[in-house]
Write a protein that binds this ligand. Structure first.
Ligand SMILES: Nc1ncnc2c1ncn2[C@@H]1O[C@H](COP(=O)(O)OP(=O)(O)OP(=O)(O)O)[C@@H](O)[C@H]1O
Ligand SMILES: [Mg+2]
Length: 321
């Protein structure tokens, strides 16, 4: 049977949910199916999960960047470790501020000492999650360059994602504070350079937020499993996303035991169906899909496409019987 998950996509499709529910696998399966459905469409699968699991899903080494994933000329992949990326940036800020203050003469010694410490502290106190946003700046650059029709984004587990979506205000005010301190030294060349970097960072954050909150360009696909706990977590996630104006339009319930199997499977499936019915009740305005539990790990093209084939629309209760 053909699968029922629409093979159309916005500029950005985000797969998100709790840890281990099958986000990376789902993002990889969707990207692969989309790439094969239309060879004219150039796609990128992008992961900010430092666990680097795209390689596991595709069954081939991805590294930082790979063109032509799994033999598909129109599918590229990119993996960024935002923590490492940002650590490098912080290291640069540290040496800039040192250089800046070492070069200062004239101003009051006390004031310089105070400002130097304040800036050092600011670098140490960068808000958590600013790294993810900054790394996502790469995405908006790629879209501007028109290199890809769509970017499929595999995210790190939920808490993280929400934090970075909540973060822009904190990040921007952090940047503003930094800038205020720098402004005092605007005659120093180094300070001007640092200020320019900060302006670029704040622009990039604003562009990413604009992109993620634009329903015309971005779509969030939630991934969950058919268990009560996951249902509650997904309700919370959907609420948080609503507040952030990145609504969850589609939800994939992953890991339904196939019907007509052993009696243990049958009773497990019955419990899963009840949870799915509850998902249906709680997510009336979301398009719901389910994916089957595979009897093996999902690695490589064949397994990914086999997985994607099982993504069915969740029917109303009456139709399910
Ligand atoms: N429908 C499925 N049937 C069988 N195995 C699955 C299914 N979906 C995912 N898996 C397996 O479950 C494991 C976890 O999946 P995956 O890495 O996609 O989860 P994740 O949500 O990305 O995890 P993390 O939060 O750690 O990034 C993988 O080994 C994957 O092959
Ligand atoms: Mg993952």
């Amino acid at each position: 049977m053909e699968n029922e998950f629409p093979l159309i996509s916005k500029q950005i499709v985000i797969f998100g949910g709790k840890g281990g529910v099958g986000k990376t696998t789902a993002a990889a399966a969707f990207a692969l199916a989309l790439a094969r459905a239309d060879r004219e469409k150039k796609l990128l699968i992008f992961s900010t999960d430092p666990a680097h699991s795209l390689s596991d899903s595709f069954g081939e080494e991805i590294g930082r960047e790979k063109n032509g994933v799994a033999g598909n000329a129109n599918l590229d992949a990119m993996e960024i470790d935002p923590g490492q990326w940002f650590e490098d940036l912080k290291q640069r800020y540290r040496s800039w501020t040192d250089e800046l203050f070492d070069s200062l003469t004239g101003a009051s010694r006390m004031e310089i000492k105070f400002d130097r410490e304040a800036m050092r502290e600011l670098v140490e106190l960068t808000p958590p999650g600013i790294d993810e946003i900054a790394a996502l700046g790469v995405i908006s650059d790629l879209l501007d360059e028109d290199r890809y029709h769509s970017i499929i984004l595999d995210t790190a587990p939920t808490g993280h994602l929400i934090r970075f979506l909540e973060l822009p205000r904190v990040a921007l005010s952090w940047i503003r504070t930094f800038m205020k301190l720098l402004l005092k030294y605007q005659n120093v060349v180094k300070a001007t350079q640092v200020a320019e970097e900060l302006v670029a960072l704040s622009k990039s954050i604003k562009r990413v937020v604009a992109l993620l909150t634009d329903a015309e360009r971005c779509e969030f696909v939630g991934v969950a499993i058919p268990e009560r706990m996951s249902l509650e977590e997904t309700v919370d996630l959907a609420k948080a996303l609503d507040n952030l104006e990145v609504p969850m339009k589609k939800l994939l319930i992953n890991g339904l035991v196939p019907k007509n199997e052993c009696s243990f499977c049958k009773s497990r499936r019955k419990m899963q169906d009840e949870v799915v019915a509850n998902f249906k009740r709680r997510f009336r305005s979301v398009e719901l899909f389910s994916a089957q539990q595979q009897p093996h790990e999902i690695t490589g093209v064949k397994a990914l496409l086999g997985h994607f084939q099982t993504w069915d629309r969740v029917q109303s209760r009456a139709k399910q019987r």
